[in-house]
Design a protein around this ligand. Sequence first.
Ligand SMILES: Nc1ncnc2c1ncn2[C@@H]1O[C@H](COP(=O)(O)OP(=O)(O)OP(=O)(O)O)[C@@H](O)[C@H]1O
Length: 212
Amino acid sequence: MIIVESLTKKFGSNTILENINLKLEKGKIYGFVGQNGSGKSVLFKMIAGFMSPTQGKIKVNNMQIGKDRDFPESCGIIIESPGFINNLSGFKNLKVLADINGIITDNKIKEYMKFFGLNPDDKKKVKDYSLGMKQKLGLIQALMEDQEILILDEPMNSLDEETVVKVRKLLKEIKHKKIILLSSHNKEDIEELCDVIYQVKDRTIKMIESIA
Ligand SMILES: Nc1ncnc2c1ncn2[C@@H]1O[C@H](COP(=O)(O)OP(=O)(O)OP(=O)(O)O)[C@@H](O)[C@H]1O
């Protein structure tokens, strides 16, 4: 479970989020919607341990992020454009990341690449990948280790329609064993996928029934 308690985030005198309280449980996809600059990515970065709150706490499975642990223990993340090693192929990039934890085989990486329509044997360097191909790699690195928490900030960006349909189906299939946080400017993604929708607006986060 993810618990956000009395969380405030300021940059200098600019308050982005104020006194936020959330409880996010396994088995659900939580959608976060809101205008550009409303604070969705900032919230996600704090839950991922990439940024600290100004006040308040984030607890993941009873561990306070930034105190008991630097990062949540089992978390797949795609926030903004993921950084890759430009001179390596897609497979080699994923392999470098997979080797950090050493919990998945090369075959698992290849399966994911094929699922996303990327050829694992393609020697093309990531610097020559299209935007959508890079986004697919970003999604694969977030998903491939079957982590318990998925933080997906605009995961469908630059993806073609066929891939969007596949990703939606996959998220629905795996959500029972995960806590999934998803932000999207696409109404259909949010309404089709999310069990709970939060609107981030005017420094607060409110649950809403559907997108207006
Ligand atoms: N490191 C930082 N330093 C100063 N201000 C920041 C920093 N990171 C984010 N901000 C500000 O925090 C606010 C929220 O940004 P955030 O990226 O969370 O918006 P968002 O809701 O994800 O927007 P979008 O829909 O455009 O992705 C913005 O005003 C942004 O400029």
